[in-house]
Design a protein around this ligand. Sequence first.
Ligand code: ATP
Ligand code: MG
Ligand code: FE
Length: 342
Amino acid sequence: RLTLAIESSCDETAVAIIDVDGKLLANQVSTQIDFHARFGGVVPEIASRKHVEVMVGVVDAALEEATAALGLDGGVLEPSELAAVSVTQGPGLVGALVVGVAFAKGLSLAAKIPLIVVNHLEGHLFANLLTEPDLKPPFIFTLVSGGHTMLVHVRAWGDYEVLGETLDDAVGETFDKVAKALGLGYPGGPIISRLAETGNPRAIDFPRAMMHSHDFRFSLSGLKTAVVTYIEQEVAAGRTLNLHDLAASFEAAVFDVQFKKAWEAIKLTGVQDYCLGGGVAANPHLRQMLTEKLGRRGIRVILPPQGACTDNAAMIAEVARRKLERGEFASLDVDADPNMTL
Ligand code: ATP
Ligand code: MG
Ligand code: FE
């Protein structure tokens, strides 16, 4: 009972294969970062074209990886031996999503296996199940990705109460914009987090927007402006920037607000467990800080494996295998939906 999962919502072409018990048999990610980096961000037309170019190869590589993992002899696993094919339906770039959805429909038809569609954001949440398969609601979940910043009360699987979102930029987007302003490259998250390792988080007092707003909404565009203004002032004054201190202080401003609101949401709902997801969840300082601070308050903190925070198909497969168990299939006239939410 194997499920193949395809993820193509942004600039990663990813394919995973999982068995019905949650054993991951293949996990392939082909990233397009090098093709987008010179433009300082993801170029949608390039993303779609690259997905088309590599999709078949990534699917084949996943089938080969699963064949080896199962120790099968007598040839590579065939799509018709799969129990289902699943794919990210949205949210994401429409042209990128369409490539995955069309491919999955074709595979479903040709191999005569059912089609399952998955919400990418639910995928980021389910990445936590790769770490803790027994995780059970209710709990609080923070999604911090390239396109989303959301605090969610997961009351039951599929029952998501969004407590608050960003009013402007997402956390990952802010990392990317700050790195771009500094001319450091794309994506900004990993670059800034490496610089921050040896920086002083108290060196520069950047604003903690909405910290005391007594709600669960976030605002990040002001922080981005504050960082850019700080850089301009330092340059105008002829001082050399300490990029390490800048990166560490920027991270501290973002993460202080994340902790405060997560803790308030936990107190409000009375839950015992807390989860994180999305590309920014790969940040070691955020992981360590939340584990320590919430742990000290008696909360169990679950984090996705570091490599399953940015886009991947293993997290899509985790959602899909449960839909397979429930028989929750999609019809072949289903379309990509770039505006899905939780
Ligand atoms: P969404 O999931 O909202 O549709 P996305 O799929 O484009 O958006 P993800 O792949 O989940 O976003 O995350 C990518 C983001 O994660 C980028 O903005 C990137 O800078 C950020 N990121 C990756 N690693 C780190 C890190 N170590 N620290 C901070 N941010 C990081
Ligand atoms: Mg990406
Ligand atoms: Fe994502």
